[in-house]
Ligand binder design. Sequence first.
Ligand code: NAP
Ligand code: MG
Length: 505
Amino acid sequence: MREPDQSSPRPEVSPALRASVRAFLARPAHLLIDGQWQEAASGETFDVLDPATGQRIASVAKGTAVDIDRAVAAARRAFTRGPWSRMLSAERGRLLNRLADLIESRLDEIAELESLDGGNPLSSLRRADLPMALANLRATAGWADKITGETYLSRPAGHGLTYVLRQPIGVAGLITPWNAPFLMALNKIGTALAAGCTCVLKPAELAPLSALWLGTLIQELDFPAGTVNIVPGLGPEAGAALAEHPDVNKISFTGSTAVGRSIMIAAAGTMKRVTLELGGKSPVLVFPDADLEAAAAAITAEITFKTGQFCAAGTRLFVHHDVETRLLDALSTLSRKITLGHGLQASTQMGPLISRRQLDRVLHYIDEGKRSGAQLVTGGKAVPGSGFFVEPTLLADARPDTSVMTDEIFGPVLCAAPFVEDDLDAIASLANHTPYGLAAKIWTRDLRTTHQLARKLDAGLITVNGGGGEGARPFGGFKQSGIGREGGREGVLAYTELKSVSIGY
Ligand code: NAP
Ligand code: MG
């Protein structure tokens, strides 16, 4: 029996905001439609909270189906008549690179705003989300003038020619979640634009501010009116209206598997193309020959990154029986040292969960885990006081079919189980025993184990020994973790249609 950790780290809350962020928050946050900031048709707004304090930090216009309609019409005009889809592709790439430079020149501002809205520590935004967002945008901008078609020889020779055009798909509807709001918004907008599409973005209600901030930069750079439209609002209203809209050609959605399913159904009405980046319950496999110290550090960093609200996090830990005790000891020591606090506090390593609801959900799963026989090794409690804080939690001896091992918890809860098998097929089947298939992580020094398992695991992203140099790789999942890939060449091509043109001489 392992003793649970009794210490409760208390968050320190003292956000001191820079003037530009205060000014942004003080301005009314409207909808960006056809190059103009506009009020919602309903005149209504919704509150945006700082999850570290539960305090309101802004009010944002609440877009509904009427606003989505106007935004889609603007995007359609910009696509068919406006300069965007007719612009030289190199010019589109150049404008996207200028956007990257402008964002980079104001990185401190966006880091602060994003941290305040979503709760993520400044340090992790500066280390992960923001550099990744910029690198992805620049890589995507580079694809803009490299989208090419093909030519086929005629049969019989000399009688004609067939060529294949690759054209932008049209108006893209983009729906993003709250856990990496800026990164997701920028990834989707950048990719749609690089391919020559115009777009309407519906950011998450719980963290919409960085998308609106991005809208102000897009305005500053004089992107043609209607190229990028941003309509914050509620999922079942604005989001659903976008997914159903008959004049939207494609939906790119990142969020939960449940909502992804409803998007697919809504999209079916007009046979919209869909890219779905959904949930995960990713396995981590630790073999006896692994560098346990490095594994413990990386596993802890990942389960506390975004307070566990990270779709590709390794949340089901399968550790070989021979090294189980050593690894769990190292993990619990590291997780007790994590400093919780307001994201804007320099010392903070882990911020709050996004909402009261998410906190209740995480605590519910921890209770379910204990009830189903898992051992609480460390953490397990909410942190008293304001804000939605929970301790990093480690549950051991979790059984495969209990809810903590099957459901995406989306909190800093790592569930471990030992394995004794040597057969890689049996190990892969343990890891693959989930409806999800986003990521899988392997810790071993053995090449045969590495390459054979990489093929056997049902996951779109495989990381070995902590990985490195992922770059703008194709990102997405198998099974119920989604459809299609974002990033890399595949990501850009997903915003295009093919057209075969046959010409007789
Ligand atoms: P969510 O509830 O599915 O919401 C995602 C987005 O969809 C939000 O903008 C939401 O609006 C909107 N939405 C909700 N209901 C809708 C509907 N009926 N029609 C159209 N849009 C609707 O997900 P979340 O809670 O924000 O994010 C957490 C989930 O995202 C997790 O499952 C996580 O794994 C997944 N995720 C996946 C990836 C990936 O790349 N695979 C990356 C990040 C997150 P509201 O905000 O107004 O509800
Ligand atoms: Mg918020």
